[in-house]
Design a protein around this ligand. Structure first.
Ligand SMILES: C[S@@+](CC[C@H](N)C(=O)[O-])C[C@H]1O[C@@H](n2cnc3c(N)ncnc32)[C@H](O)[C@@H]1O
Length: 287
């Protein structure tokens, strides 16, 4: 058995154990190694909290946190949302009810069938689509909003793919981090949620790594996810640069000048403010 599967298995057991503290007999049975899987026919299929999943067990996100996650993503009807490991479909269905086009990718075919039935009951089959697949294989590149309730190591495995997505793509997780990529926002719900009640939001940053030509000199930017540092070399002097990306929006400070602009590929256009003085700037990436 692969080490990753062993790790996933042991974390799954831990998750079930944690759940045992929070949700009583069903999870207690799971923690004891007793299968609580319902033995109903497929049409009556009822999932059990803590049941095995390919890389992580199924634990549903509390509806109050689903709502919070979609609020944090500022979901609109023109968004395309993907829930990776979509469980019983609740996040996708809630997004579809808010008018967005929403997709779920789920490895357990019974959960996919259940999600489709749930979407039908809620009258959102035109907006909510469920695919049986593996999140590490199925393409979700057309999403501009991602939701996930996976494990930290799974988030980190997905991170390189996420960072290649369109700048401005919003990623919201239930509870778990993304390694050394710090979240842009963290919120919790206190009502109608007993466990896993915190959500984290990341906004995929544009790529600004490299040297840029500004009228006043060479701007060298070093990027770690959304955090930008570097220097501006002008007239034989070097000044420190500190800044931040929010999707394709960049803001950085050099001395007492505050730059804010929009990154479009190899161009940054915006405004530089020094005290009361304000002027437009354009920077081109040096080839
Ligand atoms: C913790 S549950 C979250 C369910 C749902 N997103 C929610 O928040 O209510 C994780 C889900 O991921 C599914 N899953 C695990 N590994 C997967 C994989 N490699 N590809 C697709 N789904 C997977 C599990 O079957 C389970 O339904």
């Amino acid at each position: 058995m692969k080490a990753s599967k062993v790790l996933a298995g042991s974390v799954a057991v831990c998750l079930a154990a944690v759940l045992a503290l929070n949700i009583g007999p069903v999870a207690q049975a799971l923690a004891n190694g007793t299968s609580a899987q319902a033995t109903k026919s497929k049409s009556e299929y009822e999932p059990s909290v803590g049941q095995e999943g390919k890389d992580v067990v199924w634990v549903p996100t509390a509806q109050a946190l689903v709502n919070k996650m979609l609020d944090m993503a500022k979901l609109t009807s023109s968004d395309i949302l993907y829930d990776l490991g979509s469980g019983d479909g609740r996040t996708v269905i809630t997004a579809a009810k808010r008018g967005s086009t929403a997709y779920g990718i789920e490895y357990n075919p019974d959960m996919v069938a259940l999600s489709k039935r749930n979407a039908e009951k809620e009258g959102v089959t035109d907006k909510a689509t469920f695919t049986h697949g593996d999140i590490f294989v199925t393409d979700f590149s057309k999403a501009n909003v991602l939701t996930m309730f996976l494990l930290p190591e799974l988030n980190v495995r997905l991170r390189p793919t996420i960072l290649k997505m369109k700048p401005g793509t919003r990623v919201v997780t239930n509870s778990f981090s993304m390694g050394d990529w710090d979240a842009d926002q963290t919120e919790s719900v206190n009502e109608d949620c007993r466990s896993y009640c915190t959500a984290h939001l990341w906004i995929v940053p544009a790529n600004v790594q490299g040297t840029w030509k500004l009228p006043q000199g060479d701007l060298t930017l070093d990027q770690k996810y959304q955090i930008v540092s570097g220097n501006l070399k002008a007239a034989g002097n070097s000044a420190k640069v500190d800044g931040k990306l929010t999707g394709e929006q960049i803001a950085f400070k050099v001395g007492n000048t505050q730059y804010s602009g929009k990154v479009s590929g190899d161009t940054i256009e915006g405004v530089a403010r020094t005290g009361e003085k304000e002027e437009k700037f354009q920077a081109m990436r040096a080839k």
